[in-house]
Design a protein around this ligand. Structure first.
Ligand SMILES: *Cc1c(COP(=O)(O)O)cnc(C)c1O
Length: 426
């Protein structure tokens, strides 16, 4: 054996997986079972008391899901991960470990539309208060910090316009405030950006998008960087204080640099219940094997399509960080040198009507509310994903009335350009 550390593509295929010890099966089997037999009474008691690791019940953990967790933790450079039922479930489980009712977290204003809704409405009903900041103005994060701030939440490549966030600058603000930085890395995937290398303490994903990659399964994951010290007295009681659910154990003291992932599993997933189906974990694992190949093709196609649109007379502007004259080009070169992702927006000179019209004329692009599929996708955010926002908030979050969002797939780029050409010209 060489002592070379495996590269990213090798990890994407192998991390976390071994031939099945019982059958020799080479692909990771789908352990489609709700529960697992204990060796004896002592074994059962030690599993329930967190003195031993092992399988109890698929709501808390499952061997197929465990391979997925280990693989994504390896790709992101974290200490441990927890797979859950959706990207949104990942966000709930993470914040439940960090916030008590009445606490605050700061979030970048440029976010997935569903996250804006979740933070504004659902989380408010839990007593978790979001304070918005502008990812293009680092000072707005600093000014938003109060004694009740418990976390900062950003996207690495941000919805809907594919803008690049200065993760290191915001990580500096988080460190100064003594709170963890949570990065939603869904649009970049670890192939393009590894937020932990830039100071993130927690990474979340919608596995539904590029990691699964085939538009067939909903899933989410939380990665613990193992970097944050949770011990400040009383600030993060789920991690630092004795837990009555587990005979008074203190999670940080017991589990060290993967205590956050453990908290998410044994306090979040166990009690809130958004478990990932092992069947979905299997499909997502299969997708991850080709992540590096797909992601490069997604990015190369996206750049070609963005260049075509930038030269088209019906197009007012293109927001793609991979174009040299884009506002985010320098940040893209720093954080995502392999490619600026495959989700971006452009605006049409014809405004709202032209946006809606374009969507209906495209044939190869599917009109739907998703991103990160092998297939190319299109949506008009102002009338769909961002329709709940008022006009000013739409424009601030990059979803003005004239804006169309694309998620570029892995088809032949000539076919994608031809489809756009006919729809723009007609
Ligand atoms: C889709 C998405 C989510 C939510 O994930 P689900 O799997 O749909 O719950 C969160 N963040 C981003 C950036 C997304 O694209």
């Amino acid at each position: 054996m060489s002592d070379r550390l495996p590269g990213f593509s090798t990890l994407a295929v192998h991390a976390g997986a071994q031939p099945d010890p019982t059958t020799g099966a080479r692909a990771t089997p789908i352990y489609q079972t709700t529960s697992f037999v204990f060796n004896d009474a002592d074994h059962a008691a030690s599993l329930f008391g967190l003195q031993a690791f092992g399988n109890i019940y698929t709501r808390i953990g499952n061997p197929t899901n465990a391979v997925l967790e280990e693989r994504v933790a390896a790709l992101e450079g974290g200490t441990a991960a927890l797979a859950v039922a959706s990207g949104h479930a990942a966000q709930v489980v993470v914040l439940q470990q960090l916030l008590q009712p009445g606490d605050e977290f700061i979030a970048a204003r440029k976010l997935y539309g569903g996250s804006i809704n979740q933070f504004t409405h659902a989380f408010k009903s839990f007593g978790w208060n979001v304070v918005w900041a502008d990812p293009d103005d680092i000072g707005s994060f600093e000014r938003a910090v109060t004694p009740r701030t418990k976390a900062i939440f950003i996207e690495s490549i941000a919805n809907p316009a594919g803008s690049i966030t200065d993760i290191e600058a915001i990580s500096t603000v988080a460190t100064k405030a003594g709170v963890p930085l949570i990065v939603d890395n869904t649009l970049a995937s670890p192939y393009l950006i590894r937020p932990i290398d830039h100071g993130a303490d927690i990474v979340v994903h919608s596995l539904t998008k590029f990691l699964g990659g085939h538009g067939n399964s909903i899933g989410g994951i939380i990665v613990d960087a193992g970097t944050f010290d949770w011990s400040t007295a009383g600030k993060y009681p789920m991690l630092s204080e004795p837990r009555p659910e587990y005979h008074g154990i203190r999670l940080q003291e017991t589990f060290g640099n993967f205590a956050f992932a453990i908290a998410c599993r044994v306090l979040g997933l166990r009690d809130l219940g958004p478990a990932l189906s092992p069947f979905n974990a299997f499909l997502i694992l299969t997708g991850i094997e080709t992540l590096p190949l797909r992601m490069q093709k997604h990015c190369d196609n996206a750049k070609a399509v963005a260049e075509f649109l930038a030269g088209h007379p019906a197009v007012a502007s293109v927001s793609y960080a991979g174009l040299p004259n884009d506002k985010y080009y320098q940040l893209a070169r720093k954080y995502a040198p392999k490619g600026a992702g495959a989700v971006f927006t452009f605006s049409l000179k014809g405004g709202y009507d032209a946006g809606v019209g374009l969507v209906s004329k495209l044939q190869l692009f599917s009109h739907l509310a998703n991103v990160g599929d092998t297939r190319s996708l299109v949506i008009h955010p102002a009338s769909t994903t961002h329709s709940q926002l008022d006009d000013a908030a739409k424009i601030k979050s990059g979803a003005g009335p004239d804006v169309v969002r694309l998620s570029i797939g892995i088809e032949d780029k000539e076919d994608l350009i031809a489809d756009l050409e006919q729809a723009l010209g007609a």
